[in-house]
Ligand binder design. Structure first.
Ligand code: RBV
Length: 427
């Protein structure tokens, strides 16, 4: 195995990086009541004593609070990034001061360093994995299958990761149990919708200093993320156009009042293109050929495969950095197509990006934390494969959040509960 160094051995001004990273984490934690609640429980009960948790996630302030929460529960945690551009080095360095945590995450790594860092995490021989995008699970299965016997289970954060895991499971190739954290209501309805919507639009606005008002914003894909982006863009007075391949989703977008059309048509009229499909080749050469001068191209899906940048590069006669985080591709006829954050997920990978808002990540990471607890308490009840998160864990997190927000809500009476459970009542 490689001897890839932790972040603390890679930075020049380590002390000030750690200080700044800690400051970001202090801010985040003030707005993360769920993790604070869970952390108190973990500190008291030490549920992870003797366990080793391997993580590949977007290492910034909110993720750092999850990492610390797990470490404070007694685990030894090794963490790295899940995207070459989303790490905040200062936060990574601050994490690396914790006696139970080793952080290998660094911003701007190339492919080789990215995978070396994943291997460095694997070298800790994790008993639990926490992934965002499934790169850790994939690397363990492909290159270190001998470790699988020692792994109790894992948890996966995002749509793309769960999609990959389900494909792996269908092939009979997934050899330990993994919770599909992404698929819970507490994740999907908030993180995917509000989180992606708000943070993608905010990152694009901050990166370009341009307005949404009056723009034709083309949203590719009307899943949970696309719905959020479309709704927030409409809320900023954009004219939203949706492209879809699934008839019911296309109809849903239509009934929500958005324009729905094929990408070939949208390409001609769009001012901003934002992909959220999780699939490859969504915006390709035939679309570049008809786009207007000055369009913005950005991706909010997990991987940088939705916009065909190779084809765009082939078409371009010139390429230059128009602003921090904006690469202009100039075509033969003089049109400039502006790609934001190298087509990587824009809410985390642009230089100014901060990821999803703190409040939604508190929810997502609250579920991650109780999933790790569940896996270690009851791992023997879960066979190899993808598992839905038990609903009572999801409701537990919702209740903690509602209490923190001071929101009261009703509960069923016994009569109502009986009624809902019976079938012999008609007109
Ligand atoms: N995401 N993490 C952040 N730490 O700031 N922002 C978004 C953060 C997660 C989100 O849960 C989504 O499913 C995943 O990133 C996509 O890689």
């Amino acid at each position: 195995m490689t001897a890839y160094p932790p972040i603390s051995e890679q930075l020049d001004d380590l002390e000030s990086a750690r200080e700044e990273g800690r400051r970001k984490m202090d801010w985040a934690t003030q707005h993360m009541p769920i993790l604070e609640h869970v952390r108190e429980e973990f500190v008291d009960e030490q549920p992870f004593e003797g366990e080793r948790i391997g993580m590949a996630m977007h290492v910034e302030a909110k993720t750092a609070i999850l990492v610390e929460t797990l470490a404070d529960g007694g685990a030894e945690v090794a963490v790295t990034g899940c995207n070459p551009l989303s790490t905040h080095d200062d936060v990574s360095a601050a994490l690396d001061t914790h006696e139970n945590i080793t952080s290998y995450a660094k911003r701007g790594v190339d492919d080789e360093e990215y995978y070396d860092a994943i291997e460095a995490v694997i070298a800790h021989e994790p008993t639990v994995t926490v992934d965002d995008g499934m790169d850790l699970v994939a690397a363990i299965h492909e290159d270190y299958p001998e470790l699988i016997d020692g792994i109790v289970g894992g948890a996966e954060e995002t749509t793309t990761g769960v999609h990959r895991l389900r494909a792996m499971d269908a092939d009979g190739a997934l050899d330990y149990p993994v919770f599909a954290v992404n698929d819970t209501p507490m994740k999907r309805l908030f993180d995917n919708v509000h989180g992606t919507g708000e943070s993608s639009l905010a990152s694009i606005a901050m990166t370009t200093n341009l307005s949404w008002a009056g723009k034709n914003v083309v949203v590719a894909g009307f899943g949970y993320c696309g719905k959020g982006v479309a709704r927030k863009a409409a809320g900023q007075n954009a004219n939203v156009i949706v492209t879809e391949v699934e008839p019911r989703r296309a109809l849903e977008a239509h009934m929500e009042g958005y324009e729905v059309m094929p990408m070939a048509e949208a390409a001609e009229v769009g001012d901003v293109f934002l992909t959220t499909t999780g699939n490859r080749d969504v915006v390709v050469e035939e679309h570049f050929e008809v786009m207007q001068d000055g369009v913005l191209l950005a991706n909010a899906g997990h991987f940088d495969i939705e916009i065909d940048l190779e084809a765009l590069d082939d078409l371009a006669v010139d390429r230059y950095e128009a602003r921090d985080g904006v690469e202009a591709y100039e075509l033969e006829d003089g049109r400039r197509l502006n790609v934001i954050a190298e087509g990587r997920l824009v809410n985390l990978a642009a230089p100014v990006s901060l990821g999803h808002p703190v409040e939604v990540m508190d929810q997502s990471f609250g579920i991650q934390a109780v999933c790790v607890r569940e896996m270690l308490e009851n791992g023997d009840q879960y066979e190899a494969g993808v598992h839905d998160v038990p609903d009572e864990l999801d409701t537990e997190i919702a209740e903690i959040k509602l209490e923190a927000e001071g929101v009261d809500f009703d509960s069923l009476t016994d009569t109502q509960r009986d009624y809902m459970g019976s079938w012999d009542h008609g007109t």
